[in-house]
Structures are given as C-alpha cells and as structure tokens.
Design a protein around this ligand. Structure first.
Ligand code: URA
Length: 263
C-alpha cells in the first residue's frame, strides 16, 4: 500500500489481503485529515470464494486418495475376515467418526444369494449387524415367504457406517466404500445379488435409473475379472414400510429370485 492509492485501491488491497469484514465506515491506510465517510461494501466475496474453492479441491483430492486406498486395501484381503479387519481399520470415510460401530456383512458367506442394502440405520449402528431393525424384520418376513432365512443368504450394505440421521449417502461416501462391497462380492461369489432400494441399485449398477424402472428384472453386475453376476433390484423394506401398497411388486420380485435360484 502507498500514499497515492485511491480509496478503491486501498479497499482492493484489503480484499486481496483477506479482509472480509468492516468495523466502521472510516478506512485506514491513507493520510486523510478529515474523516471521510465511505460506505465499504460488507460482502467482499473473493477471498471467501477462493477459500471455498481450495477446500473443495482438497476434499475432492482426499476422496480420490481414500477411494484409491480402499481399492488397494481390498485387493490384499484374501478372506472375508481379512476384509472385515481392513474395513474396521479404514480411516478414509468420515462416516466412521459419527458411527458407533462398523457394520460389516452377516449371514451365510457360503450362500448363493447376496442381499445388498444402502447403509446401517440406528439399530444396526447400535448392534453392529445389518438389517436388525424394523426394515430387517420386514426383510425376514419377505425372505421367509420364499423359504430363505439369515442362514441361507448373505446380507450386507453399500456403506458399513451409518450416515448421521440416516441421511442419504453422498456420491463421495459411496465411491469410497464401494470397493468393500465389490470385494465382498468377489469373496462370496454369489449366484445372484438382490439390491434393496434405489441407492444400492444405483451404486452397484452404476446407473441413475430410478428403482421403479430397475426393479423386477435381471440385470448384470460385471466383476473385475469380467464375469457377470445376475442382479435383481427390488424395493427397500424401509420404503415398503411406508408404502405397503407396493409390497405386491416386491413379492413378485422375490418369486423371480426364488424361481432362478432355489428351484
Ligand atoms: N437399511 C439398510 O439399507 N441397511 C440396513 O442394514 C438397515 C436398514
């Protein structure tokens, strides 16, 4: 700053220096014998924008690194127990900070059928097992209708940590945790996967189609080795609890699973 600067230049100098608040109407930095009443605009957004842009870039970079770490870590897991231990030790997803427990998959790892939900809810977070709350109870009833129980299927989620307040997971959280699900699929090697709800279906099938369009038909999940696992999407039990009129469609979907796998 120098003596010959105009008030506008002084103000710009402050803005460039990161000043984004004013405490009065008289500017500093220039020899002014008479106080000059100058209205300094309070909203000076440039430094804030820069900070936000930098933070966003750092966040995106951290997400890419976490995703890469998750992938590399998963490749080292030779067994489901290895994978569980690695997921429990993973620190690349901030959801772990607010969750009480890591909820890994449960059920029968030798099963031909794998069910995939979105993320643990409050009960799952407290107990550490997938689908043990109200949604889980409905899921048990749905499975019972086609003679399946927890000992004859493997159940997991896209995310092993509960999003706070059960909010929808972000794309970043899904991208970081997806390698855990993909490795579980490789280790379990199911003959069929049932995805419960749009979020899980979109994550696994890498599509943005709504669940109403995806459900009820056999779709393909391509593993890293190029082999294909048939995937059936259906409504999430939590959705069915709120929309019981859709239960008939979920029932039809499960019959399709039963026809393909059990008979
Ligand atoms: N909803 C899910 O998607 N998964 C659970 O484990 C429980 C509720």
């Amino acid at each position: 700053m120098n003596e010959n600067m105009t008030l506008k230049q002084i103000l710009e100098w402050y803005v460039d220096a990161g000043v984004d608040e004013t405490f009065g109407e008289v500017p500093f930095g220039k020899n002014i014998s008479e106080p000059v009443s100058v209205k300094i605009p309070v909203s000076v957004s440039k430094p804030v924008e820069n900070t936000v842009r930098q933070a966003t870039t750092e966040l995106a970079q951290a997400n890419i690194t976490a995703r890469q770490n998750a992938r590399e870590m998963c490749a080292k897991a030779e067994t489901l127990d290895d994978l569980r231990a690695l997921v429990e030790a993973f620190d690349g997803c901030a959801l772990k900070l607010t969750a009480s427990k890591t909820v890994f998959g449960g059920g029968n790892p030798a099963s031909k059928i794998m069910l995939v939900g979105e993320a643990p809810g409050a009960d799952e977070d407290r107990i550490g097992q997938p689908f043990v709350g109200r949604s889980g109870q409905l899921l048990d009833k749905m499975l019972k209708a086609i003679n399946i129980d927890r000992t004859s299927c493997y159940i997991t989620n896209v995310l092993p940590w509960r999003p706070p307040g059960n909010r929808t997971p972000t794309d970043g959280e899904i991208a970081v945790c997806l390698p855990f699900l993909k490795r579980q699929i490789e280790l379990i090697s199911p003959e069929a996967i049932v995805v419960l709800g749009g979020s899980a279906a979109n994550a696994l099938l890498e599509t943005e189609e709504p669940i109403s369009r995806l459900r009820g038909k056999w779709l393909d999940y391509k593993k890293n080795d190029g082999s294909v696992v048939p995937v059936l999407a259906t409504f999430h039990p939590a959705y069915l609890l709120r929309n019981s009129g859709q239960k008939a469609k979920a029932w039809t979907d499960l019959l399709r699973l039963s026809k393909k796998i059990i008979q």
